[in-house]
Design a protein around this ligand. Structure first.
Ligand SMILES: Cc1cc2nc3c(=O)[nH]c(=O)nc-3n(C[C@H](O)[C@H](O)[C@H](O)COP(=O)(O)OP(=O)(O)OC[C@H]3O[C@@H](n4cnc5c(N)ncnc54)[C@H](O)[C@@H]3O)c2cc1C
Length: 620
């Protein structure tokens, strides 16, 4: 401690005190001192001139934003200095949750309800996750809101009134804020705080977490609720920074209203977000250019208000319907649709019936048969027929036909008035399947010898999905092993919930789970239940840590691959097998064997005191 205080006083002197390891500080050419690391690698002083110091394990200390240095604790745990210079131990809590979307909030609520000290660090300036960041015009859920909502409190689901069957983004965000207030969670959430590193202390079986705001926190458990679609893809388009107009990203949309009236607009991307905002922007813009590389199948959503009959029906049957959704392959309850009528229909008639039902109810017309390639081919062809009938210009219609995948091999897009939008005089579809955007110029988009003059550009290019947010955090497990190293070839988990070598670290809807298979809310809630029960178990039995065995993890990943090999769903190029991102290995990232089957395996893993799949370390 004395050394550190002296160093601070000596800041302007030429020589600093030697480090405890006896290595002298060496002056830099510009007279600013550098400090060699234990491994001999020099590190630079902080920009404000305050030096970094080494703790015993070679990890650098970083000065606080107020310029005050952290001091190493004798047992290796860092002390943090108050603004008044008094040292204190970093805050120690039972569980730190990263992210305040549906998953993080449900996890925080469960932890608090069971009496654990817990908090959330959230990078955004508001809670809500997906529904805070994605405020683009037309943003809505594609699973009906009566189901795309929490089930953990009957009082909540009975009280809350959804105005539309598929709620718009502002209503979902309002709902999440209502949840936060109703369950008094806000005081445990720290916003505008990005977790940067999560380092395991094996001796104490606890995690040391640091943030971009220099928070230091110690937690027995760390739960990644960082989202599968929370890190936007890097646009990587030449010249984007020289564009003089506005550039918007659907996944980081401004909170203030954006008007496209009297504007010429380009939208790049026709995935789930692109297809939702294209009809909305087309209604305002002078002209809308839609740059499409990969067309998707788009199913009509049939948006309508919630009437009292529908709402009462749901509210009086909620318990049973929520249970039935857990027993379904996609976490969605479809039972209210009368299926007996379709039993005798031809495939073409079923298709019409499904198209009329709209949204994911479309699937009910072909129940259980969508993994049959022949059915997929029939549906794909019938959707192309629909596009041909809807879009007046045959060349435009043909450009909208999906060419690289069959229906059912990717999550289809759901929205309203999509294909109809291409009949508008102010909408131009630009096919960039076989040509790249050469450059963004100050006034528009250049492709080969054609320049598109525009005032605004909207990027709807998708996400660094499933692993992006976790990769962004520097995670060190047992023996300093890093998650980035462990996942170089592919992400490996047990059930998308835990990783070998990373004890007491949980992921909600992590890679290897049925992520984004259907309705994500039951998936999130079931993961939260599994985690909280596990934490309770450890506490009750005085167990310090839990992690999957390497064998169990390997067996799970083999199973994930085996199921993917059998199922049509794994054949499409998509973000959920990593293939939408250059530099990412194309591998199976999610379990496609059905949400219902996944839940049985989660239950199985916890049986027999977790002993079959996990290593448990008891307190000495
Ligand atoms: C436009 C859109 C529409 C969707 N519609 C549906 C739908 O209809 N049905 C459905 O089932 N799913 C839908 N999804 C998927 C959706 O992501 C999930 O349903 C759900 O909202 C995920 O919740 P989450 O809490 O897991 O993640 P998110 O909501 O993504 O929240 C994760 C949070 O973690 C924060 N975070 C990440 N890294 C850090 C860090 N290092 N430090 C601090 N904070 C961090 C992020 O800022 C983010 O706020 C949609 C996704 C998008 C993008």
């Amino acid at each position: 401690m004395a050394n550190i205080m002296n160093m601070k006083k000596d800041m302007k002197c030429v020589e600093h005190l030697p480090n405890t390891n006896g290595v002298k500080h060496v002056p830099d050419t510009n007279g600013v001192e550098r400090v060699p690391n234990t491994n001999g690698v020099e590190h630079a002083p902080y920009t404000n001139g305050v030096e970094h110091v080494l703790i015993t394990n070679g990890v650098e200390h970083v000065p606080n934003t107020n310029g005050v240095e952290h001091a190493p604790y004798t047992n290796g745990v860092e002390h943090v200095l108050n603004t008044n210079g008094v040292e204190h131990l970093p805050e120690t809590i039972d569980a730190l949750v990263v992210g305040a979307g549906f998953a993080g909030l449900a996890m925080l609520h469960a932890l608090r309800e069971r009496g654990y000290s817990a908090k959330i660090f959230e990078a955004g300036h508001e809670i809500g996750g997906t529904w805070h960041w994605n405020r683009y015009p037309g943003a809505r859920c594609d699973v009906e809101s009566m189901q795309y909502s929490y089930s953990f409190s009957d009082e909540l689901q009975q009280q809350w009134h959804w105005s539309e069957r598929f709620a718009k983004q502002p209503e979902i965000l309002r709902y999440l804020n209502h949840v936060v207030d109703k369950f008094d969670l806000r005081k445990h959430i720290q916003l505008e705080t990005r977790v940067t590193s999560v380092i395991y202390d094996e001796d104490r079986s606890q995690w040391a977490i640091t943030t971009n705001r220099d928070d230091h926190i110690i937690a027995k458990f760390c739960i990644m609720a960082t989202g599968c679609l929370s890190i936007p893809k890097d646009p990587n388009i030449k010249g984007l920074d020289q564009f003089k107009g506005n550039v918007y990203s659907t996944s980081h949309w401004p909170a203030d209203d954006v008007s496209f009236i009297d504007r010429r607009v380009a939208i790049i991307g026709t995935g789930a977000s692109g297809v939702q905002c294209i009809p909305m922007i087309a209604k305002q813009a002078t002209h809308l250019y839609v740059f499409q590389r990969t067309p998707n199948f788009v199913i009509p959503a049939n948006y309508e208000p919630v009437d009292s009959e529908y709402e009462d029906d749901w509210k009086s049957n909620y318990t049973q319907r929520r249970r039935q959704s857990l027993e379904s392959p996609a976490g969605i309850f479809f039972g209210y649709v009368n299926d007996s009528s379709i039993a005798t229909m031809t495939d073409a008639e079923r298709f019409e019936e499904g198209w009329k039902r709209g949204g994911f109810s479309f699937y009910t017309a072909f129940q259980g048969r969508l993994n049959d390639k022949a059915i997929s081919e029939i549906i794909s062809k019938l959707i192309c027929d629909k596009i041909r009938k809807t879009v007046k210009d045959p060349a435009v219609a043909e450009t909208l036909f999906p060419y690289d995948h069959l229906f059912g091999t990717k999550r289809p897009c759901v929205t309203s008035q999509y294909y109809e939008t291409f009949n508008r005089d102010n909408v131009t579809l630009v096919d960039i399947r076989n040509k790249n955007i050469d450059e963004i110029t100050p006034t528009g988009i250049q492709i080969e010898d054609k320049h598109y003059d525009v005032d605004d550009i909207v990027l709807a290019i998708g996400f660094d999905a499933i692993t992006g947010a976790i990769f962004n955090i520097d995670i060190h497990g047992r023996s300093g092993q890093t998650l980035r190293d462990k996942w170089t070839i592919r992400p490996r988990t047990l059930l998308g919930l835990m990783m070998a070598h990373f004890p007491n670290l949980f992921t909600i809807t992590g890679p290897g789970s049925p992520v984004d298979l259907g309705n994500m809310i039951p998936h999130i809630e079931e993961n939260v239940k599994w985690i909280i029960n596990c934490i309770d178990y450890l506490k009750m039995h005085n167990i310090d840590s839990i992690e999957p065995t390497v064998n169990a993890q390997n067996a799970w990943m083999d199973h994930v691959d085996m199921v993917a090999g059998q199922i049509l769903c794994s054949t499409g190029n998509s973000w959920y097998n990593g293939s939408s991102l250059s530099g990412k290995t194309n591998c199976v990232m999610r379990y496609a064997g059905g949400f219902n089957n996944y839940l049985k395996m989660c239950e199985n893993a916890a049986m027999h005191d977790y002993a079959q799949f996990f290593v448990l370390k008891r307190s000495p």
